[in-house]
Design a protein around this ligand. Structure first.
Ligand SMILES: [Zn+2]
Length: 343
């Protein structure tokens, strides 16, 4: 009887058994990974069904038969549409590509297209879907935070910053920016906002000028007591456009840069001989020679992406970096007085 049963003491039988077990486990594992991949693809297609709507049929490619060789050219075409601002066509192409290739890496581009087209909630849903599979994707987390911020959902944006912080990212500037934005849109009195904002003056220290700009906007007279000449270049547009009633002559008389600025503007009779900015020195010299029709013009440049904007900004509209604004000053001819907006 024992001759018919396998001899477990035989090393060849043991090796064959082991190889058999490894083979069965490998087959099961391979089958499971294929099943899981198919499930993911089904979920992806199901998830995208909620985004299909009439506006997505503007660029009609749904009847075209998909070939794998079309993937790269169509992806590049979608990217070109996105760059040129033709968002509905870009969205339509990305949806088409994801549907036929089941490539989830295109989801991030689709979310960006929805963001740019103004469909912020759709963008958030897609970013969450991506994070469900890759929760430590820092780039997507930053984009999700930005989208929440655009929706004025500051508490969700703050939660995302908390996750980024746990992942080792330095989000101190973003946290301060978010808190600042929250105060700015709050329904409080100007006085309450001023008192809350001044607590942010040194937090973080390198963005002190940002808070100071807001303080000058809320209450110029009280803001003077926090003025520091180190921030002169970052405040120059605000200082130049201040009304004469909001000047603090005591503080101005203590700083040569301010004395020269307000002499150039024609609000002071005495100036300083010290050089400040080329444009201010030029206007001062012109004034000394009796030419009174010159004025300062301001351009706002992002120190990160070098984009130029006509209005001041706390977060660059192009590269989304916070507190990256530099002010470029030019001399121009005086125009009729117009209303001034800080943001
Ligand atoms: Zn920028």
């Amino acid at each position: 009887m024992g001759a018919f049963l396998p001899n477990y003491n035989d090393p060849i039988i043991s090796i064959l058994l082991l190889l058999g077990i490894i083979f069965i486990v490998s087959i099961l594992s391979y089958g499971y990974s294929i099943w899981k991949q198919e499930q993911k693809q089904k979920e992806l297609v199901g998830f995208l069904k909620s985004f299909e709507s009439s506006e997505d049929t503007i660029f009609d490619i749904q009847n075209i038969e998909f070939e794998p060789s079309m993937k790269k050219p169509l992806f590049l075409l979608a990217h070109a549409f996105l760059k040129s601002g033709d968002y509905s066509k870009a969205i339509n192409l990305y949806l088409f590509l994801i549907k036929h290739t089941k490539d989830s890496s295109i989801l991030g581009h689709l979310a960006e297209a929805y963001y740019k087209a103004g469909f912020l909630q759709r963008s958030i849903d897609i970013y969450k879907e991506i994070l469900f599979n890759t929760p430590r994707d820092v780039e997507i987390l930053y984009k999700l935070e930005l989208t929440y911020e655009q929706l004025r959902d500051f508490s969700s944006a703050k939660e995302v910053l908390g996750i980024l912080n746990e992942l080792g990212e330095d989000v101190s500037k973003l946290e301060s920016y978010l808190a600042l934005q929250h105060i700015k849109i709050d329904n409080k009195s100007k006085e309450d906002k001023f008192n809350e904002l001044k607590n942010f003056l040194d937090n973080p220290k390198e963005s002190r000028w940002v808070v100071l700009r807001e303080l000058f906007k809320l209450n110029p007279y009280n803001a003077w007591s926090y003025y520091d000449d180190k921030e002169f270049k970052k405040l120059i547009d605000i200082l130049w456009k201040l009304d004469i009633a909001h000047l603090n002559l005591d503080i101005i008389s203590r700083h040569k840069s301010l004395k020269k600025l307000y002499y150039a503007k024609g609000l002071l009779q005495e100036s300083s001989n010290e050089a400040t900015l080329f444009a201010i020195d030029l206007i001062s010299s012109a004034k000394s020679c009796g030419y009174l029709d010159s004025d300062l013009r301001f351009k706002y440049i992002c120190s990160s992406c070098k984009s130029s904007m006509p209005l001041p900004f706390l977060r660059c509209h192009k590269c989304h970096k916070v507190y990256s604004m530099n002010i470029e000053v030019e001399v121009g001819e005086k125009r009729e007085k117009s209303s001034y907006s800080l943001q």
